[in-house]
Write a protein that binds this ligand. Sequence first.
Ligand SMILES: [Zn+2]
Length: 183
Amino acid sequence: MPTLFTHALVGASVTTIRDSSIKPAKLIIVAAMLAVLPDIDVLGFRHGIPYSDMFGHRGITHSLSFAVVLSLVVALVLFSEVRRFSPTFWRLSLLLFLATASHGLLDSFTNAGLGVGFLIPFDDARFFAPWRPLSASPLSISRFFSDSGDSILLNEFRWVGAPLLVFVTLALIIRRLLIKDRD
Ligand SMILES: [Zn+2]
């Protein structure tokens, strides 16, 4: 997996295309957490669940189905201020979906481990992107800080952080222009 920082950053960045009626602070925090959450499946290693299992690492919690269900549940439970099933609700759910699904997508660009089970539970196949420039980050925090954490972060800044910076800047400029147009 890319580092947790990078996953969180990507999730938070998705919120730059949010509906302007949704307050940003809570959304940014929730989206960042959703983008990290799929790696909760590493707990399965401790319980003897094999990597390649549907419930193993990069299995069901990295699937598109999981992202759909989680985004709807989170929109319903944590954003009760948004009217249920209104256009704003669906736009919010879509953002939360993108934040969650961004995790598996980023993982598919890494050069180690097994691929991502995007289609679980309908198909157990694991997928990688055709081009995999991201190094896999150690799963343990202590190893991350003692090993080659620096070079991993630099690599991720190059392939994820820099393009993200361009995306966020463009999204903010377009948002500003649209709001100005409306005034
Ligand atoms: Zn992952």
